[in-house]
Design a protein around this ligand. Structure first.
Ligand SMILES: *Cc1c(COP(=O)(O)O)cnc(C)c1O
Length: 343
């Protein structure tokens, strides 16, 4: 049996249909004349997100960085939770590139709520650092694929805008938030000035992301993209994979969520392990002792790849390359490993 890789939803390989779409894509030099397939993708993303314009990026990281660069000014603060992708995994880019300081918003739950934000938005002391924008992740990766529901996201956007702050939504997995709640992508996106969506997570494309917003903001993001080294020539080859994912894989995300619930039910309570009930496709397993590395190593011996997220937390992620019949095998392997290692 080939190994089952549940370390991330980024490990997926393009399907045969996606590879054909990429091979057959109509392309042009996007920096010179424009690439027709990248334009088609951008139009589709703008339409689905209900924004004036979307711009194709090589990565979600670059799109997030471009958004922060455009919406902030150097020497101001970005209000964001301490576990956000932008804080943990983007090489302090907001400090290095946009010149902003990160202000960690203390949260009562596992994600930011509007009421958590309020104390940070109004700065009356003229000698205190001033915020310029807010960023929220939906779904939230480190929290365990947690959805911020529409009413809360609206309240966050309203709180930011009432204080004259811009609002960026890191929606790498906004597809999952929409699939899990039935809330449209456009309703979520309407809360924020800029929205990043990723094609290389749940949609199964090999690479790519988009940033959506107003014509004015995305026009400036285009210049940021070029400055950051993201002007891509025949980008239609990869845009075609993203388009294919939108057209053919978006609708199957509820399967990933059902598979995550199946996995959770296999392991919750085993030898003291506690699962964060999955909203979407990410399952976080909290351990009673710091044995994550040992669990990861033993699972690997049995052909199952998982992430040791922290010493006391295992992360498993469901995706298009591990469908129900594979998950049916992964659940018992993982519960066996937890029993062996934790008992
Ligand atoms: C993966 C991810 C990103 C970055 O996307 P890349 O395309 O891998 O650069 C940003 N934010 C979140 C929440 C992510 O999960």
């Amino acid at each position: 049996m080939p190994p089952i890789d549940l370390r991330s939803d980024t490990v997926t390989r393009p399907t045969a249909g996606m590879r054909r779409a990429m091979a057959d894509a109509e392309v042009g030099d996007d920096v010179l004349d424009g690439d027709p397939t990248a334009r088609r993708l951008e139009a589709m993303v703008a339409e689905r997100l209900g924004k004036e314009r979307a711009l194709f990026f090589p990565t979600g990281t670059m799109a997030n960085q471009a958004a922060i660069w455009v919406l902030s000014s150097p020497g101001t603060e970005l209000l964001i939770d301490a576990n956000a992708h932008i804080v943990e995994w983007e090489m302090a880019g907001v400090a290095a590139l946009a010149g902003v300081q990160i202000r960690h918003v203390r949260t009562r739950g596992s994600t930011v709520q509007a009421s958590d934000l309020t104390p940070y938005t109004i700065v009356t002391d003229p000698e205190a650092a001033q915020p310029s924008l807010v960023s929220v992740e939906n779904t939230h990766n480190t929290a365990g694929g947690v959805v911020t529901p529409l009413a809360e996201l609206r309240a966050i956007g309203d709180t930011a805008h009432a204080a004259n702050l811009a609002f960026h939504l890191d929606g790498a997995r906004l597809w999952n938030a929409s699939a899990a709640t039935g809330t449209s992508l456009a309703d979520f996106a309407a809360c924020a000035d800029t929205v990043m969506v990723s094609f290389s997570k749940g949609l199964g494309a090999p690479v790519g992301a988009a940033l959506a917003g107003s014509n004015e903001v995305i026009g400036r993001a285009l210049r940021a993209r070029k400055r950051f080294g993201g002007g891509m020539r025949q980008s239609g080859i990869i845009a075609a994979g993203a388009l294919y994912g939108l057209e053919h894989h978006l609708a199957r995300l509820p399967e990933d969520h059902a598979n995550a619930r199946t996995l959770a039910s296999h392991v919750d309570g085993i030898a003291g392990a506690k699962v964060v009930p999955p909203d979407t496709n990410i399952v976080m397993i909290d351990l009673p002792s710091a044995r994550a590395d040992a669990i990861k190593a033993r699972a690997k011996e049995l052909g199952l790849f998982v992430s040791a997220w922290t010493p006391t937390r295992i992360r498993v992620v469901t995706h298009i390359d591990a469908q129900a019949e594979v998950i049916a095998k992964a659940g018992p392997i993982l519960s066996r490993v937890l029993e062996e290692v934790l008992n």
